[in-house]
Design a protein around this ligand. Structure first.
Ligand SMILES: C[S@@+](CC[C@H](N)C(=O)[O-])C[C@H]1O[C@@H](n2cnc3c(N)ncnc32)[C@H](O)[C@@H]1O
Length: 227
């Protein structure tokens, strides 16, 4: 077994980085993802697991809409911030668990949904495929995986063109967003994979893709149903 903390991205373990994380990310409105899950039948009685929850921007919003949310992350710093936020918000239906894609053990009834955003790319492809299979096992039949990640939707020979265009959108100030150096580090050290590799992994784990959308040939949003 790999040490998931060693793959987690050192910045995600750093309390100072975590404190500025939401500002740097410019987190999108969670409504689109909440609606995508509601469109698959999730409601006030449903259970959801958020893997790689980070500061819990989605988990907090999901706990206001769904029955029970389990927010999972390997980073103690991320979870400490989220626990404080959940306490401030008085959300008694949000549990925080320190674990990873490969080590989280789902107890109790199978979940109705799993959500994961911008976290699966921390794992190399072999481990990503195992993580997807583990996700399928924690879901009930007909359960939903909403997956967002930085995924490469292009052929290898288009790499330079797509990355050049992407770097054009980089932030100048590292406190305000991801800079071109952050993007370069992502490419060098993290494990975003090609769309044409990820989709067979989803199928092998037992998922059917119900809906998929890409932005900039880099950011994928999938709604998958466990067969
Ligand atoms: C870029 S952040 C995204 C956080 C959040 N999902 C969001 O969209 O704001 C990636 C998160 O994945 C977590 N992470 C990294 N490797 C992980 C693993 N193997 N299992 C679970 N979480 C992991 C990091 O600690 C970090 O909180």
């Amino acid at each position: 077994m790999i040490d998931e903390l060693a793959y987690a991205g050192p910045e995600h373990l750093d309390a100072a980085f975590v404190a500025g994380f939401d500002r740097k990310q410019g987190y999108p409105d969670p409504a689109e993802d909440l609606d995508a899950l509601a469109a698959q039948g999730l409601g006030a009685d449903s259970t959801l697991v958020d893997l790689g929850t980070g500061t819990g921007q989605f988990a907090l919003a999901a706990a206001r809409r769904f029955g029970r949310v389990t927010a999972v992350d390997v980073s103690p710093a991320m979870l400490a911030l989220l626990r404080a936020r959940a306490g401030d918000a008085g959300l008694g239906n949000l549990d925080c668990v320190r674990a990873g894609f490969l080590s989280y053990s789902h107890a109790g009834p199978l979940a109705d949904a799993v959500y994961t955003r911008h976290a699966l790319h921390q794992l190399p492809d072999f481990w990503k495929a195992l993580a997807l299979e583990r996700i399928a096992r924690m879901l009930r039949p007909g359960g939903v995986l909403r997956l967002r990640d930085l995924i490469y939707d292009f052929r290898p020979d288009e790499t330079e063109e797509v990355f050049r265009n992407w770097f054009g959108y980089a932030a100048a100030d590292p406190a305000e967003g991801y800079t071109s150096e952050d993007y370069a580090e992502h490419i060098r050290t993290e494990f975003s994979t090609f769309r044409w590799l990820l989709e067979p992994m989803l199928a092998a784990a037992g998922f059917e893709i119900a809906d998929v959308a890409y932005q900039g040939r880099l950011y994928g949003a999938y709604t998958c149903v466990k067969r």
